[in-house]
Write a protein that binds this ligand. Structure first.
Ligand code: GLN
Length: 502
């Protein structure tokens, strides 16, 4: 798995490259963007057969972009922190002239005609896009097993899922097939796979990052965010993609600064962390519980205060989400009618009626989970049921929001597990949607309320029953709206403790 490059007689391992260390090495001319990019493609071609993180590669485009970065380095131009950094992009985020399938067979021939707002921002920073990563179809799922193309394996144990829906992005970063990645998070799809793969995943505040050019799942919940090796990298990538975009009216101007990646200990010590009772239920996996207990001790050693809190409507978050999300899905996916974004070339269509087109495009192009949610969503929005289900769910959403508002009067940040278990086995939950849905029970509330939340790998990992390896576990920090700085600051100090004791 280890790919090293030999540059100026020094060995550099892709494993150790972070955004920060890449930038330092590039500007001090220890290596070129081109040799690193080439090394990544070599490694991807060797390793991705086993992992299946990528759906398509952008080799020509990436190598050309790397050459342009190297010219800028040679001319001693001042380079943005992301210049030349090889990134993996979830395949529901558009990059002009590259495929964008959203993991769906229905879009297998679609080539993006424009770049998403986040991609335009990253292009202006001269970042490099290695390829597009696998996901559950339209980002619906928690294991990447709902992809219309292939499954992705967890790099820590190939028999287990990488989580989902951004499983390809998380696995690519964990297996050193990209320095960092972008994912999208509607109910946990950045944080849960990050937790399962042992990397950092940040779900950003609703409105902090543009969703223009993200293939929409549920527009009142979706956010794009970074998946990285370190919290510092997440802060840097977040800063690069945040901010106003004239093509996304929900996205606001932000003024995040250096406090994101250069936090002060006094700032962290002034924060109080809340521990919500409801997130530590009786049935919680014992190993997860133990690992979180150790995180609390580590953070207490920094003299951070903890306080027990209650978020009483937590139990309603999952049912509330599984009404609101399918309702929005049924509306958003209506545009994939087979006419504008057709998977079948006109001459091969061989259809006589509109119904035939729908059958070929939606009937054959959509997978089981997508159909399940469209049907559910159409039902909860139908007349006679709208008030009983959809409207009720929106009211419950307000109660959940009020819980957080009250909690944030007492504490600054909330600490919870990311998922009730570590990565489960491939195939274990596919036939039981409810047990799959439970995997997001701790991540969904932040989406319902639009709060920023980060998943951070815990130092302690679980021994694998099946052999010598170990499985990662993550913990989650949830912050106030637009206070990514608080959760990222605590995360960075936790990482320091982790580094000093390992
Ligand atoms: N796993 C959740 C779902 O299936 C979350 C998906 C997401 O965040 N995109 O809806």
């Amino acid at each position: 798995m280890e790919t090293t490059i030999n540059s100026l007689n020094k060995m550099y391992s892709l494993r150790n490259l972070t955004i920060k260390s890449f930038h330092d090495g590039l500007v001090s001319k220890k290596f070129s963007a081109l040799e690193i990019t080439q090394a990544f493609f070599k490694h991807i071609k060797e390793s991705d057969k086993r992992i299946g993180a990528y759906l398509s590669l952008n080799e020509d485009g990436a190598l050309k972009a790397a050459e342009r970065v190297d010219i800028a380095v040679a001319q001693d131009e001042e380079l943005p922190i992301l210049a030349g950094v090889p990134l993996a992009i979830k395949d529901n985020i558009l990059i002009k002239s590259l495929p964008a399938t959203a993991g769906s067979k229905s879009l297998e021939n679609y080539i993006a005609s424009y770049s998403a707002g986040v991609i335009q921002k990253l292009k202006s920073e001269k970042a490099i896009f290695l390829g597009k990563t696998n996901l559950d179809e339209f980002a619906m799922g928690s294991s990447t097993e709902n992809s219309g193309f292939h499954i992705t394996h967890n790099p820590h144990d190939p028999l287990r899922v990488p989580g989902g829906s951004s499983g390809g992005s998380a696995a690519a970063v964990a297996a050193h097939m990209a320095v960092a990645a972008l994912g999208s998070d509607t109910g946990g799809s950045i944080r849960q796979p990050a937790g399962f793969c042992g990397v950092v995943g940040l779900k950003t505040t609703y409105g902090a990052v543009s969703r223009n050019g993200l293939i929409a799942l549920a527009s009142s919940l979706d956010q794009i965010g970074p998946i990285t090796k370190t919290v510092e990298d997440a802060a840097m990538l977040f800063k690069a993609i945040a901010g106003h975009d004239p093509y996304d009216a929900t996205c606001t101007e932000t003024n995040y600064g250096e406090e994101l990646w250069n936090p002060k200990l006094e700032q962290v010590r002034s924060l109080t962390i809340g521990l919500p009772d409801e997130y530590f239920p009786k049935g919680l996996d014992e190993e997860v519980q133990k690992a979180i207990g150790k995180v609390i001790l580590d953070l207490e050693s920094l003299k951070i205060n903890f306080k027990k809190i209650s978020l009483p409507h937590t139990n309603f978050a999952l049912p509330c989400y599984y009404i609101i999300l399918p309702a929005e899905v049924s509306a958003n996916l209506a545009r994939f009618d087979g006419i504008r974004y057709s998977r079948i070339e006109d001459k091969k269509l061989n259809t006589k009626t509109l119904r035939d087109i729908y059958m070929r495009h939606r009937g054959e192009g959509f997978g089981t989970e997508t159909k399940r949610r469209i049907i559910l969503g159409t039902f909860v929005l139908s007349s006679g049921y709208y008030d009983a289900y959809y409207q009720k769910a929106q009211q419950v959403r307000s109660l959940i929001k009020n819980d957080f508002e009250k909690a944030f009067n007492e504490v600054d940040v909330i600490l919870t597990p990311v998922s009730p278990t570590s990565a489960f086995k491939i195939g274990e939950r596919v036939s039981d949607p409810y047990s799959m849905y439970l995997s997001d029970i701790f991540t969904i509330p932040a989406n319902l309320v639009g709060l920023p939340a980060v998943s951070i790998p815990i130092k302690e990992t679980l021994p694998l029953s099946s052999g010598g390896g170990r499985l990662p576990i993550g913990f989650q920090l949830i912050g106030r709206h637009f206070r990514e700085a608080d959760i990222l600051a605590i995360g960075q100090f936790y990482e320091k403790i982790k580094a000093s004791s390992s």
